[in-house]
Write a protein that binds this ligand. Structure first.
Ligand code: ZN
Ligand code: ZN
Length: 257
């Protein structure tokens, strides 16, 4: 009997989920998370419309697995990161930080666009499953916001991304594994040297027990110089993490980065 229930349960759950999904579609007809165009329930591009998905896919291209800048897989050495030392290992990114992806990343920061954030998070989670298939992380940790900014924003793209990735990879997510213990200037206005100084000592590992002897996947929306990721990777290593991987939605290809 128990066995029968065990075998049937997923099927029943699937049927209920399908039924609930169709009922929800009647009440809230599905919309593209980016442009809000009405969507067909069975559209393969969901949660994006075919046009938005095409625009986003058009910009995706291979990247350097070490620093995330656009680079053909056939190019032997990456001019951007050659000679640079990072405290993190493999980087997975979806696209360069330009055009439709830049717009998407900026819009994800607003709470009104939370469905868009989850839509993009789904794409990044898919990419992570592929990129880290050989060496999956033990725990997923988002780059944190300072608490004051978090209250004002009411959404953290990094939290949404990390949550979606952890669900997809079936690995725990330590949402408060790291904390930003002081306010930092937005990195975009600073030179690479100023960026490093800006984030030095700004982070603390809050739950070292969850990080000890773990391979950690650090998640953020954008990677520019890598100053924030380097600093947080250092803190995680000090807390006992053995290896740091990185997942970002977009990476700037700016040669100064
Ligand atoms: Zn759309
Ligand atoms: Zn590189």
């Amino acid at each position: 009997m128990a066995r029968m229930y065990g075998d049937d349960l997923p099927r029943v759950q699937r049927r209920i989920a399908r039924w609930l999904g169709s009922a929800m579609d009647l009440v809230y007809p599905p919309q593209c998370v980016a442009c809000r165009a009405a969507l067909d329930a069975e559209l393969p591009s969901r949660p994006f419309c075919a046009l938005c998905r095409r625009q986003l896919e058009a910009l995706r291209c291979p990247a350097c697995p070490r620093c995330g800048v656009t680079r053909a897989a056939s190019t032997p050495a990456c001019p951007t990161c050659a000679g640079q030392r990072f405290r993190f290992g493999q980087v997975a990114r979806l696209a360069p930080y330009e055009g439709a992806w830049r717009e998407v990343v900026l819009r994800m920061k607003h709470v009104a666009n939370e469905p868009l954030a989850w839509g993009v998070a789904g794409l990044l989670a898919e990419a992570c499953q592929e990129a880290f298939a050989e060496s999956p992380p033990d725990v997923v940790v988002p780059i944190p916001m300072f608490w004051r900014r978090r209250i004002v924003r009411r959404i953290s793209s990094a939290d949404v991304l990390a949550t979606a990735i952890s669900r997809r990879l079936a690995k725990p997510c330590a949402l408060r594994g790291l904390i930003r213990q002081r306010h930092t200037q937005p990195q975009g206005d600073l030179s690479p040297r100023e960026r490093r100084a800006n984030v030095r000592g700004a982070f603390r590992a809050r739950t070292p027990r969850e990080l000890w002897q773990r391979r950690v996947l650090l998640v953020d929306d954008v990677l520019t110089t890598g100053a924030t990721l380097n600093e947080t990777a250092k803190v995680l290593r000090q807390a006992g993490a053995t290896e740091i991987q990185v997942a970002v939605v977009a990476r700037t290809d700016d040669p100064r980065a």
